[in-house]
Design a protein around this ligand. Structure first.
Ligand SMILES: Cc1cc2nc3c(=O)[nH]c(=O)nc-3n(C[C@H](O)[C@H](O)[C@H](O)COP(=O)(O)OP(=O)(O)OC[C@H]3O[C@@H](n4cnc5c(N)ncnc54)[C@H](O)[C@@H]3O)c2cc1C
Length: 431
């Protein structure tokens, strides 16, 4: 197997990876981006709808993906497609496989921007037969928008989030009918305009408080059985079902590298500079929080680029490990080495129920990146309280009257200078 040195290795060419690469390459850093798909851009590549970037100039997903890829390449980043990072060969070395065969890449810094994946039907434990016609949103969008495949004539969408409506748009674009969007939640979680548009413009029912209990049909799907909150059951006739919106971080590399994972997000735990638990290894985008907007992922990419540059200029030379040493999977932290100090910085930051998760999930006094939270239940006029060892650090009112699941809550970082780096975990609670 061949071995090469690079300055920075970015795994994943979605908005987070490409934004990181563009920002670093512009400052003269040698950066290489690895993408396992045949073209760069991540999820937006197969999202045909217009919703990427800011209004009124929002772009379609593929246009957005092209723009980001061109910007990274123009800046000097080397974007390699069809190349998968398989495993670690040292603290900052990865084994890869691609058109050139297997290769070990040894980097001074690694950025994990591997995104998120949807949990398939099997993982959601829906019983029934195993017929054709069952998709996740990503599979549906790739079939329709990338490969022009036929998907069936009548589709049930499982989920009613924004991403579920994007799946419904894809079904309609493929010339099929959307039978219904079905959600277990008592209220439709998408932006109200999307639910109203589905019901009034497209005449598509959005069934809340409804669970898909069984898939029916042999060979091809013939229907789904549903149960309403009051116990009534019904069969929706359809030949296609799309499971949407149940995302988990694509944390395979983080897990294989034994990086600390955050229990709330299931992605790598990071501090305010987006440093993981391994010196020189960073993370950004949906691998940290599945899934927020592409602008959020790209913003984190730009943010992490600054931290990577600090790491490169803090006196860390080329990797000190032998890239062929397969046994070295652990940190080689030397408290006397300035580059290894405070890695990752701060103390754990914990979102208490009914809050689901917070990113970043470590906090240090110098942190300036705002925090993203999600709640498990709708909250009216929520106030966030930040405490450490029982000591109040900050109190913040959410600007909107209601916070809902499936939409992010933002917490400023103005209070972080009050954190005691030698103290216990910082807790975020809500009233
Ligand atoms: C259906 C849908 C609709 C959406 N609509 C919108 C919208 O309208 N507006 C908006 O702002 N956001 C939207 N989003 C969210 C947006 O797509 C994400 O925020 C964004 O793509 C996250 O970027 P990322 O770089 O973190 O990850 P991704 O875009 O997921 O990119 C990760 C990349 O890493 C690659 N990769 C993973 N592992 C490896 C490996 N081991 N080796 C090599 N490559 C690897 C993957 O192939 C992938 O290309 C939507 C998301 C979905 C799923």
């Amino acid at each position: 197997m061949t071995s090469r040195q690079v300055d920075v290795l970015v795994v994943g060419s979605g908005p987070a990876g490409l934004a990181t690469a563009a920002r670093l390459a512009r400052t003269g850093v040698r950066v290489e981006v690895l993408e396992r798909e045949q073209s760069p851009g991540g999820v937006p590549r197969h999202c045909a709808h217009r919703g990427f970037g800011s209004l009124p100039h929002a772009l379609t997903g593929p246009a957005h993906a092209r723009l980001l890829a061109e910007s990274a390449e123009r800046a000097g980043a080397h974007v390699r497609t069809g190349v998968t990072a398989l495993d670690w060969a040292g603290p900052r070395a990865l084994t890869t496989v691609g058109p050139r065969g297997a290769e070990t890449l040894v980097a001074r810094a690694v950025v994990l921007a591997t995104g998120a994946r949807e949990r398939p039907r099997a993982a959601r434990l829906v019983p029934g037969t195993r017929p054709a016609g069952v998709y996740t949103t990503g599979e549906l969008q790739q079939a329709v928008h990338l490969y022009g495949q036929r998907i069936g004539t009548r589709a049930v969408i499982v989920g009613a989030e924004d991403v579920s409506h994007a799946a419904a748009d894809t079904v309609r674009a493929a010339g099929a009918e959307v039978v219904a969007l079905v959600t277990e939640l008592p209220r439709a979680p998408a932006a109200p305009v999307r639910t109203v548009t589905a019901r009034l413009r497209f005449r598509t029912p959005v069934l809340t408080g409804t669970t898909v209990t069984e898939l029916l049909g042999r060979g091809r799907l013939s229907g789904v059985r549903v149960r309403h909150r009051d116990g009534r059951t019904a069969t929706l006739r359809c030949d296609t079902v799309v499971f949407t919106g149940d995302f988990v971080p694509d944390h395979e590399l983080a897990r294989r590298g034994a990086l600390t994972l955050d229990p709330g997000t299931r992605g790598p735990a990071v501090d305010g500079a987006l440093r993981t638990s391994r010196p020189g290894v960073f993370a950004a985008g949906s691998v940290l929080h599945a899934v927020e907007s592409a602008a959020t992922a790209a913003g984190e990419g730009a943010h992490v680029a600054t931290a990577v540059r600090d790491w490169l200029t803090d006196g860390t030379g080329p990797d000190r490990t032998d890239p062929t040493d397969q046994t070295d999977q652990t940190d080689r932290r030397d408290p006397a080495d300035p580059a290894d100090r405070y890695w990752p910085a701060g103390v754990p930051l914990v979102a208490d129920p009914p809050l689901l998760r917070i990113v970043p999930n470590r906090v240090a006094p110098a942190d300036r990146l705002p925090y993203l939270l999600r709640t498990a239940v709708p909250l009216t006029r929520p106030v966030l309280h930040i405490t450490q060892d029982g000591r109040p650090l900050h109190r913040e009112r959410f600007p909107l009257t209601t916070a809902v699941p499936h939409r992010p809550l933002t917490l400023t970082a103005h209070w972080t200078h009050r954190v005691d780096p030698g103290g216990g975990p910082v807790h975020v609670t809500v009233t």
